[in-house]
Design a protein around this ligand. Structure first.
Ligand code: ADP
Ligand code: MG
Length: 486
């Protein structure tokens, strides 16, 4: 653990490079299916394998998805895009080069605002978002001497999202990644699944003396398979680098690999023996020119963004920011809630239902919101029953909701009637009950009248018992007060 003194002395500086696999049907430059989990080496055309004489073709959808990402982050969209070859040898790279954007990325600059757990707001600037293709996958089976290679992933479209070195703590890195995941899922461009490698992150880490004008030398850490591990790797490097500096040692620019079992990192290669990739413009692809018309059509088809729905929930529905943050965490939930709000005007009650019974139901059943069986209008009807005093919230959530969740087509009102749960709010039918309770408890009534106001609860309890829990508490209280005070 770093001492307070060292934490005061040094500033952590982090920049992230996030690779997101795009949810296109086919690959970046070939018609092979872009699918995870298929039998090895079944989605591999001659183009993907880079056979001589084959010609790549750019996937238009992939370009549109990259533009979506840029628009969502307020990046500038490059109109004239060229691809480059990045040359290197690796067994999972059948062509011997990767097609990427070296100069002139499709999205330049941009911002991703984040909010930390203590409420602090920060803006992380993006350096760029560029398009490229993924490599295949080497598989090292435990106990086997050989390495296997699966080219199915080769040519999968990627965007690489590169931040400026604006991140100042592992928590900021963690929150930023959560924000990126949320964003790509809202944009429908990536499934955000870190376990399957759809979202991968490298962390560049350095420290400098607080107040220094220049950044320190950085190391790059790879192979973290969860956001937690990215944060752990950053914390580990933070301490390790400060330890080296305090011992008077030099920091070497290098690439390190993270070991999830030990939470530590080890050197993979230093910058000195880093490849010279010999980038040059890809001769087999003509430039991708994004016309004004094309850009406008992508703008016009942008899905709702989390920040837009957040603003709508706060401004239009008058909800607290806390509610809006919860409701916009998952796109499906936000859209379901928005549909609910077109069926009820009791927005706060609707939000409470989402944060309470609906959330517990989803958690307990393990259902995704896409599989959630209740229709927005059905829940809106239940909210109206409570709002109209026909049933108490507790009855609605504990007795009616579980029936509604069976989605048998029975409405909230029908369920309430079938289970005999409609509250007695009709004064004429409640009054005899209240009167008989008071008659049967004459002694208590006298005590109440001589000042023991606390007996009200007991009278209410009796009214509830007699009405089999169906008395509307508001009406019952009013009747009791009237009869007791007179
Ligand atoms: P390189 O040329 O080594 O690839 P880049 O300038 O392309 O470095 O930056 C790669 C990533 O490293 C970016 O996310 C950037 O924000 C980050 N980065 C650059 N310098 C530093 C630094 N001194 N400390 C931490 N991160 C840095
Ligand atoms: Mg770089």
């Amino acid at each position: 653990m770093l001492s307070e003194e060292l934490k005061e002395k040094y500033q952590l500086v982090v920049g992230l490079e996030v690779h997101a696999q795009l949810l296109t049907e086919s690959k970046m430059f070939a018609a092979d299916a872009n699918q995870y989990g298929q039998s090895p080496n079944t989605l591999i055309s001659a183009i993907t394998l880079g056979h001589p004489g084959t010609l790549p073709k750019v996937n238009k959808k992939a370009v549109e998805y990259a533009i979506r990402m840029g628009l969502a982050c307020d990046s500038e969209i490059t109109r004239h895009n060229i691809f480059s070859r990045k040359n290197y040898f690796y067994p999972d790279l059948p062509k011997g080069y990767q097609i990427t954007q070296d100069k002139g990325p499709i999205c330049v600059g941009g911002i991703v605002p984040i909010k930390l757990s203590d409420g602090t707001e920060r803006v992380i600037r993006l350096n760029r978002v560029h398009m490229e293709e993924d490599a295949g996958k080497s598989i090292h089976l435990a106990g086997e001497p050989d390495t296997l290679v699966d080219f199915n992933r080769a040519g999968t479209p990627l965007v690489e999202i590169v931040t400026e070195p604006d991140i100042r703590s592992s928590e900021e890195a963690y929150v930023f990644l959560g924000e990126i995941k949320k964003l790509v899922k809202y944009l429908d461009i990536c499934d955000g699944n870190m376990e399957e490698g759809s979202l991968r992150c490298d962390a560049n880490v350095s420290v400098m003396l607080k107040g220094a004008k220049e950044y320190g030398k950085k190391v790059e850490v790879k192979n973290m398979n969860s956001f937690r591990n990215v944060a752990k790797a950053i914390d580990h490097e933070h301490e390790r680098i400060i330890g080296l500096l305090e011992a008077g040692k030099e920091i070497v620019s290098e690439t390190r690999t993270f070991d999830a079992d030990t939470g530590t990192t080890a050197s993979m290669r230093t910058k000195e023996d880093l490849n010279d990739y010999r980038y040059f413009p890809e001769p087999d692809l003509s430039p991708v020119v994004i016309s004004e018309e094309w850009l406008q059509s992508v703008k016009g088809s942008m899905p709702a963004l989390p920040r837009e729905l957040f603003a709508k929930f706060v401004e239009q529905y008058g909800l607290p920011e806390y509610d809006a943050a919860f409701l916009t965490e998952v796109k499906g939930v936000a859209l379901w809630f928005d549909a609910l709000c077109s069926k009820t005007e009791n927005y706060k009650a609707a939000s409470n239902w989402m944060m309470g019974p609906v959330k517990s139901h989803l958690n307990e059943s393990g259902l995704d919101i896409a599989e959630y069986p209740v229709k927005p209008e059905a829940l809106a009807d239940l909210i109206a029953l409570v709002g109209g005093g026909k049933v108490a919230f507790s009855t609605a959530s504990q007795k009616i909701y579980p029936e509604l969740a069976k989605a048998s087509g029975e409405s909230a009102l029908q369920i309430a009637q079938r289970l005999n749960l409609i509250q007695e709010s009709d004064e004429d039918s409640l009054k005899p009950i209240v009167q008989s309770v008071l008659e049967e408890n004459a002694k208590k009534v006298a005590e109440y009248r001589s000042g023991k106001k606390g007996l009200m609860g007991m009278f209410m309890g009796e009214v509830m018992k007699k009405s089999k829990g169906k008395a509307d508490p508001k009406v019952a209280t009013r009747l009791l007060t009237e009869l007791l005070e007179n």
